[in-house]
Design a protein around this ligand. Structure first.
Ligand code: ZN
Length: 136
């Protein structure tokens, strides 16, 4: 996994987060709202290499983003998004979160018509069997 920051990806993510706002509310998902403070913290931590970057042996790019849900994925590209704020409210580790998002990209074709809850259950079950999650 390659970790990086991209201004373009961050802007696209801000727009995506705004567009999906009602979906996030309906599904009761935790959303980190965009703020100048978080944006500055993200960039500062990125350039001082203080953001979590767990080793994952997969040919993916992880974009750090300043708002949104903790994790997100791209349905067709090998990339995931990571908003590393308020992680104390998240029940899993950064590594588990990113493996979850990678697993989404691998099974999207199968679950695309599932409801959000069905999709999450299926992905969590697949993730447990994902060989990546057994590697250190
Ligand atoms: Zn998920």
């Amino acid at each position: 996994m390659r970790y990086t920051y991209s201004f373009i990806e961050d802007i696209k993510n801000i727009m995506r987060t705004r567009r999906k706002k009602s979906f996030f509310v309906n599904e009761d998902l935790y959303v980190v709202h965009w703020s100048l403070k978080n944006y500055i913290i993200l960039l500062h931590k990125y350039y001082t290499k203080k953001l979590p970057a767990p080793h994952i042996d997969a040919n993916y790019t992880c974009y750090y983003v300043s708002c949104g849900t903790w994790g997100a994925y791209h349905t067709t590209k090998k990339c995931v998004y990571f908003c590393p704020f308020d992680m104390e409210h998240y029940s899993l580790s950064a590594k588990e979160l990113l493996l979850h998002e990678i697993t989404h990209t691998q099974h999207e074709h199968y679950v695309k018509n599932f409801s959000h809850t069905e999709k999450e259950d299926y992905i969590n079950e697949k993730m447990a069997k994902n060989t990546l999650s057994t590697k250190k």
